[in-house]
Design a protein around this ligand. Structure first.
Ligand code: ADP
Ligand code: MG
Length: 240
């Protein structure tokens, strides 16, 4: 494997002190190569959200190291952490988290606005991202004029518009019916085929089945790590 997008070693996370101490992660090691598509499953309390928050640079581990695209995130101070997060990660949430009364295209443009991209370029890239998720014809719709599946596809477009190293999704189909779930999974399949790196958390077996690699957490440890489809071929020197 060339340099992994994610390289996590012996992560631990301890909450609280004394009698209230909780060992949420007990030594998680994990490398995810560029272009891989990984699902993390596990029962409630197994440490999924704790791990996602650390992978997403929203929280820091108690011990262990975490390299994100070669950057040692575990050593960054808050401000640098926020910068790394914006530059390297596209988040997708269970509840979509779109801005209400704001068009789909404006929602997708938002992270580019934060990144200082000029308006014309923003609009062009946001439209391309909406095209990619099959929603170019809904660009002027506001979230409440879109179905749940469409809202989540807008959220996927927003996550990928900055070209992040990693797409990180926490229960992305948790609020969707089976039809919309399928639509979103098709978008993930397509992004994966295009070389995007995807890590998601899910409770749903049919979502886990679609990923190329399935990891199970139990009591703060990885108990299985199974490849379901071949690892992506590392990009050659001459490809992007
Ligand atoms: P999951 O997402 O798999 O349900 P979590 O990562 O949320 O699991 O939680 C793992 C363990 O850590 C649980 O026992 C939970 O109660 C505990 N925990 C999570 N967050 C906190 C917190 N902020 N303070 C104390 N304990 C926590
Ligand atoms: Mg959770």
């Amino acid at each position: 494997m060339t340099r992994p997008v994610l390289d996590v070693r012996e992560l631990t996370k301890v909450y609280g002190t004394g009698e209230a101490t909780v060992h949420a992660l007990r030594g998680v090691s994990l490398a995810v190569g560029r272009g891989d598509y990984v699902a993390i499953m596990g029962s409630s309390g197994s440490g999924k959200s704790t791990l996602m928050n650390i992978l997403g640079a929203l929280d820091v581990p108690t011990s262990g190291t975490y390299l994100l695209d070669g950057v040692d995130v575990s050593r960054l101070a808050d401000r640098q952490l926020a910068l790394a997060r914006n530059r390297l990660i596209g988040f997708i949430f269970q509840a979509f988290n779109l801005i209400p009364r704001t068009t789909a295209v404006a929602n997708v443009e938002l992270p580019l606005a934060y990144a200082g991209v000029r308006p014309r370029e923003r609009r062009r890239r946001a439209m391309a991202a909406l095209e990619l998720v099959g929603l170019a014809d809904r660009a002027r719709h506001e979230p409440n004029q879109l179905s749940g599946g469409q809202q989540q596809r807008v959220a996927v477009a927003r996550a990928l518009v900055t070209e992040p190293a990693l797409l990180l999704a926490d229960e992305p189909t948790g609020n969707l019916d089976s039809r919309s779930t399928e639509d979103v999974l098709e978008v993930f399949d397509q992004l994966s085929a295009a070389g995007r790196t995807i890590v998601l958390i899910t409770h749903e077996p049919e979502v886990g089945d679609r990923a190329h690699r399935l990891i199970r957490l139990m009591d703060g440890r990885i108990v299985t790590d199974r490849r379901q489809r071949p690892a992506p071929v590392p990009a050659g020197r001459h490809s992007a």
